[in-house]
Design a protein around this ligand. Structure first.
Ligand code: LFR
Length: 480
């Protein structure tokens, strides 16, 4: 059969893009139709997403993409828009880095202890899980008028099609899903007084999600009908689907604003030890579980680069490569780095407070960040294997961080395992492949991955030995 074209809308925390994937039985080509910034805005009530600008970017991207066989949307997780009884958006969606959830978790745990919450949902503690956001939002005037909650990709999909749904992989980040039944946790919702009627019915990757509305066709110049297909609408679910692995003995690190490091499993790990290690059980494609840890990721560097007035990344990485390794490291899993602002100072302070040499120049700070990320990758990969009793022999790095060769090499060194880096646009590829699958162009998850191995450029990094130094740094970090 001849190749078909799919538009993947992929929204990240700092930019959105519309990519076009052309897929044939033995071919897969991805091109960028349109890329646009995602700039959160701070207003008196807090940090908000500019969701109308994002939607405008999506429409412009679809126009640039041209005629396609289907459209799929994915974005970052946990955040949502509220609609009133007329289906109109109530206010600007709140950014997950907003401070409104401070001190909220303790209140939730008073009603439902953290241990029980983990046993029922498998979700790591993060202050921004939708559950805690809802607990914070509940008393607001806006919430009193809300009749529907749509997660970000579902909201944009609704605007494109007029149809509402709740895609499962992203729903699994709300902390209202039971990863064993892959359905709502009625018990958790009930105990916390959350009305599940707020949510539109669940749908799964591959399910039909409507067709572009006539007004959207007119605005984008496309000829209908153009179906929208549900994909792994959590960007990390789409990215994991596009890990070019064969077999099961692999770990992955989805790099970008965050590093999401872990394993693909067939069943959740809900033990108390797993909770203490703050591993999450999010849902992936085809009933898989994404057992992973959130690591602050390149956010640390992005925020420094912003503070330094946006110098060229290549220059910074060259300087960083010349700085001695592992002089000082910070805990890249620490929620203390979640909020925006003053990042170089915060990193310097963390080093000073732990009695390590204080990095001063941008090159030194960049080196500290990359060493810290590699170390956090090492810990997550090692602990996930142990907690899930699932050994691996390769680490796959996908996403934006694959462009950072130093980070990939340090990750191989720290893990003491070979790293395979690529694809960079993993989320968009996972999005495209799920759409292609609904048209019968690719088979199961393994078939999707084979197509990636055969068609995408991948870079291999062999570990350079000397894991003892990483062990020592890890010990320093964990015993403080
Ligand atoms: C990555 C990501 C992570 C999620 C974080 C917040 O883009 O989706 O998986 O924990 O953003 O939504």
């Amino acid at each position: 059969s001849s190749p078909r074209s799919y538009a993947a809308v992929d929204l990240g925390a700092s930019s959105g893009r519309v990519m076009v994937g052309r897929v044939g039985p033995d071919s897969l080509e991805l091109t960028e139709a349109h890329r646009f910034p995602n700039r959160p805005v701070r207003v008196p009530e807090g940090l908000r997403w500019d969701v109308l600008a994002l939607y405008a970017g999506v429409l412009e991207g679809l126009r640039a993409a041209g005629q396609v066989d289907s459209v799929g949307l994915d974005s970052w997780a946990v955040d949502y828009g509220l609609l009133d009884g007329d289906g109109a958006l109530l206010g600007n969606p709140v950014h997950y880095r907003d401070a409104r959830t401070e001190g909220i978790a303790e209140k939730v745990w008073a009603a439902l202890p953290a241990a029980e919450l983990y046993a029922r949902t498998g979700l790591q503690y993060a202050p921004f899980n939708t559950l805690y956001q809802l607990a914070a939002a509940r008393s607001s005037a806006q919430f009193a008028h809300a009749e529907r909650l749509l997660l970000i990709p579902d909201l944009l999909s609704y605007w494109l099609t007029g149809e509402q749904g709740t895609e499962l992989t992203n729903a699994s980040t709300t902390q209202l899903i039971d990863p064993r039944t892959r359905d709502w946790s009625y018990e958790v919702a009930d105990r916390l007084g959350i009305d599940l009627g707020l949510f539109a019915p669940l749908r799964r990757p591959g399910d039909p999600a409507g067709v572009l509305r006539p007004e959207v066709l007119a605005e984008t110049g496309l000829t209908g009908p153009v179906p929208v297909t549900a994909v792994g609408s959590h960007d990390t679910a789409s990215a994991v689907a596009a890990v070019p692995a064969d077999g099961e003995r692999f770990a992955y690190i989805c790099t970008g604003t965050w590093s999401l490091a872990g394993l693909e499993l067939t069943a959740p790990v809900l033990t108390e030890e797993s909770r203490a290690a703050n591993f999450t059980n999010e849902l992936g494609l085809d009933g898989t579980v994404r057992y992973l840890r959130n690591i602050m990721g390149l956010w640390l560097l992005q925020e420094c680069v912003r503070a330094w007035g946006e110098p060229e990344l290549d220059g910074l990485l060259r300087e960083a490569a010349g700085v001695p390794a592992l002089r000082s490291v910070v805990d890249a899993g620490d929620a203390a780095f979640l909020a925006p602002g003053r990042m170089p100072e915060r990193i310097a302070e963390a080093c000073r407070a732990s009695g390590q040499p204080v990095p001063r120049t941008p090159g030194e700070i960049t080196r500290c960040i990359l060493d810290s990320l590699a170390l956090a990758h090492r810990r997550a990969v090692a602990e996930a294997q142990r907690l899930a009793d699932h050994p691996v022999d390769t680490v796959y790095v996908v996403g934006g961080g694959t462009r950072n060769a130093l980070l990939c090499q340090l990750t191989a060194d720290a893990c003491g395992l070979p790293v395979v880096a690529g694809p960079t646009e993993a989320a968009a590829l996972g999005n495209v492949l799920v759409q292609a699958r609904t048209h019968g162009l690719v088979g199961d998850l393994a078939g999707m991955r084979r197509l990636l191995v055969d068609t995408q450029p991948l870079t291999r990094y062999a570990p350079r030995g000397g894991t003892a130094r990483w062990e020592a740094s890890e010990a320093r970090l964990t015993t403080r």
